[in-house]
Design a protein around this ligand. Structure first.
Ligand SMILES: [Zn+2]
Length: 701
């Protein structure tokens, strides 16, 4: 948005919230009478302030604040002060977790004649960025990288997807002892390293190709929002699809007093090989000198020469000396106790730690959440209390592998078995386009929330979201059962702090964002200067996200009947089963899907009956709410997924070979992908049991 348009929109956006203008009484699913709550929401919506959100952002991004650094601690204290000022019962909760910080990171490349092609990493630099020269900007590195000193021939593996590695194998290109060069995009970076390690590679270089987030997409920073030549994407290569959190304490909180003897060795979620992130400035001389077969057309990036797979071309020397220490991290937790159901928690969270300044990721999330807290604080000062306990959480060490949230979830597993929702945001604002992922039971809840929040573009967030999504011809795979006219809400995979809540404990979750052209992810240029130039110059979208986030919290905390939509959930599961049945047939695997499909149909019938009870909202609401909540728990399996028991949800998991993207009915689908008939049959039994248990839970509230 340009400046003049923005100032025109200012008038419409700062007008009273839309609910104040609607005279007709609103009926809202989950409420017997929404009148009183509507007034509370009106008061709330008037408080989150764009200018104050901008001040929070400026304060939070003043210094690089990597997890466990003194600057990270300072930001924790800032957040804690704001929580306390709002009237939340606040504590800074520390954990002791294993984190690496780089001592030496070096890359040197030589051509076949032994001539030096490059040595790096080159410091990130553009003309006139005010933040790039801070002495606290350390060496670029990957969280969870191995240490070592290796030399090997380079092989180019495109995005490092399973199919990319398989294509190299089909060309008889052996990766043992090689250095794999992959580009960012298409999957989670840890997956790129995971498959490289499985195939014997000695190290991995992950670079940002200008095709994917640089000049090929648009003008690079500082002229535009896209990634400049020297910008580096740091990031974790933890095997979070095995388990996230502290590598030494899977399933257990790494509290300060946890004895060392209770920590496990073996580090089941850590790579053993070196991984180093590169800019395309540093990758280009390597790619240009590579020999061997020409890369497939779809593997070609935007650099001005032909890419090759690599045989006999370039050798690189990698040095990675990672200082692994148990370091202290700090979550900030703020609570307001519920009046009616104090043991039923609504948790609202985002992370605070950043690779460097983190203006978009994650400080836009924290700045928005602090204005949500500001609004809730105004209600508290007027004597309001939520019916359910409301908890605001500001996580640490998300970037290294969802560590702060995972440790807290593991610590509070028994209380969280009753938590009615976890609402996440991470990258709250990188531009104007609202988007969301959720469990199916909360997709309609989320759409309804956005109908009551004004958009800086005019109308409501819902209307703008709808216009934007109508313009995109999304793949039909997601939400096969959603009505054609409804906005698509995506599925939760991984890559942020909802993972432990949903996929370990079965807490119904959502994740919201407002997106735009964002090419500086995890680089030094994700800073306040970039943000105010490109993402949200007047902080109106921070205000918008504070309002959406707050309405999610308030409406869930105060509802009479939990507004979960299990009809949609059951329909989506039915569609997942049908897709899996077709996949099995294509693979000529003989599997009996009938019992699972019958269980899904039973769940759908129970969901329809329950939906009527929810709408009527009479009878024993405590029992009804308990049954509604326990239905999600019923979808967990005690044993967890094969080879990754930490992941207990039978419907959603991050894919072992995608990482960020959700794999649905993962036990079954991953067995089918592996063409493992006995495992697929066994996982169908597990799924059928979970669906039957969920149906029984809804049938007998
Ligand atoms: Zn983040």
């Amino acid at each position: 948005m340009n400046e003049s348009l923005a100032s025109l929109l200012l008038l419409s956006f700062t007008a009273l919230p839309l609910t104040a203008q609607n005279a007709a009484p609103q009926t809202v699913f989950g409420y017997t009478n929404f009148g009183a709550e509507s007034k509370i929401e009106e008061k709330f919506l008037a408080v989150p302030d764009a200018a104050l959100a901008g001040q929070h952002l400026k304060t939070l991004t003043a210094e690089p604040h990597l997890a466990a650094s003194p600057e990270d601690r300072k930001t924790a204290e800032y957040v804690a002060r704001k929580f306390r000022a709002a009237g939340l019962e606040t504590e800074i909760v520390p954990y002791r977790v294993l984190l690496n910080q780089p001592k030496v990171v070096r890359v040197e490349a030589y051509n076949a004649a032994g001539h030096l092609l490059m040595s790096g990493p080159t410091p990130e630099h553009v003309a006139n960025d005010p933040y790039q020269n801070d002495p606290r900007i350390g060496l670029p590195f990957n969280g969870s990288s191995g240490s070592g000193d290796v030399t090997g021939e380079v092989v180019y593996a495109n995005y490092g997807r399973l199919e990319d590695y398989d294509q190299l194998a089909a060309q008889h290109i052996d990766l043992h002892g090689k250095i794999v060069l992959v580009r960012y995009g298409a999957n989670f970076r840890g997956v790129k390293v995971y498959i490289a390690e499985q195939r014997g590679a000695a190290g991995v270089l992950i670079y940002s190709d200008p095709h994917d987030d640089g000049f090929y997409k648009g003008d690079a920073y500082p002229e535009g929002p896209w990634r400049p030549e020297t910008a580096i994407q740091r990031g974790s290569v933890q095997y979070l699809f095995k388990y996230p959190g502290d590598p030494e304490t899977p399933g257990v909180a790494s509290a300060l007093d946890l004895p060392d003897a209770a920590r496990v060795s073996g580090f089941g979620n850590q790579p053993h090989i070196i991984s180093i992130p590169l800019s395309y400035h540093d990758a280009a001389p390597i790619l240009q000198a590579m020999k061997g077969q020409s890369a497939p057309q779809s593997w070609q990036g935007a650099l001005p020469f032909r890419y090759h797979l690599g045989s006999g071309g370039v050798k690189v020397h990698l040095v990675s000396n990672q200082d692994y220490q148990r370091r202290i991290i700090w979550n900030v937790i703020g609570k307001i106790k519920g009046t009616d159901y104090p043991d039923d928690w609504v948790v609202v969270g985002n992370h605070r730690d950043a690779w460097l300044y983190g203006a978009v990721d994650p400080s836009s999330g924290t700045a928005a959440m602090l204005e949500t807290v500001h609004g809730v604080g105004a209600l508290i000062k007027q004597g309001w209390r939520p019916k359910r306990t409301l908890i605001f959480a500001n996580w640490d060490a998300e970037e290294q592998g969802l560590i702060g949230s995972t440790e807290w979830v593991e610590q509070h597993a028994s209380e969280l078995s009753r938590a009615v929702a976890y609402f996440n945001t991470d990258v709250a604002v990188s531009g104007p386009d609202f988007s969301a992922d959720a469990v199916p039971s909360l997709k309609q809840f989320l759409r309804e929330i956005t109908r009551d929040v004004p958009s800086p573009l005019g109308g409501t967030v819902y209307q703008q979201w709808r216009i934007k999504s109508a313009g995109q011809s999304e793949s039909p795979s997601a939400n096969a059962s959603a009505p054609a006219e409804e906005i698509q809400v995506g599925d939760l995979g991984s890559g942020s702090d909802f993972t432990p809540f949903l996929q370990h404990l079965g807490v119904p979750s959502t994740d919201i964002t407002s997106e735009g052209s964002y090419g500086v992810y995890h680089s030094v240029f994700d800073n306040y200067a970039w943000f105010t130039q490109n993402a949200d110059p007047h902080f109106y979208y921070l205000q918008e996200m504070a309002r959406v986030f707050g309405l999610e919290a308030l409406r869930m905390a105060d509802c009479d009947v939990l507004p979960y939509d299990y009809v949609t959930y059951a329909n989506e599961i039915g569609a997942f089963l049908e897709a899996a049945r077709h996949k099995a047939a294509d693979q000529r695997l003989t599997l009996d899907f009938a019992p699972a499909q019958a269980a899904a149909a039973r769940l759908a019938a129970a969901a329809r009956a329950t939906h009527e009870q929810q709408s009527a909202a009479n009878g024993d609401l405590v029992r009804l709410n308990h049954a509604l909540r326990q239905t999600e728990t019923a979808l967990l399996s005690d044993a967890g997924l094969p080879n990754r028991p930490w992941y207990k949800h039978t419907i959603y998991a991050p894919g072992e070979y995608t990482g960020y993207a959700a794999v649905v009915i993962p036990g079954v689908n991953e067995a089918l992908d592996a063409k493992d008939q006995p495992r697929a049959a066994q996982q169908l039994v597990v799924l059928t049991q979970a669906l039957a248990k969920a149906a029984a839970t809804l049938e007998k509230p």
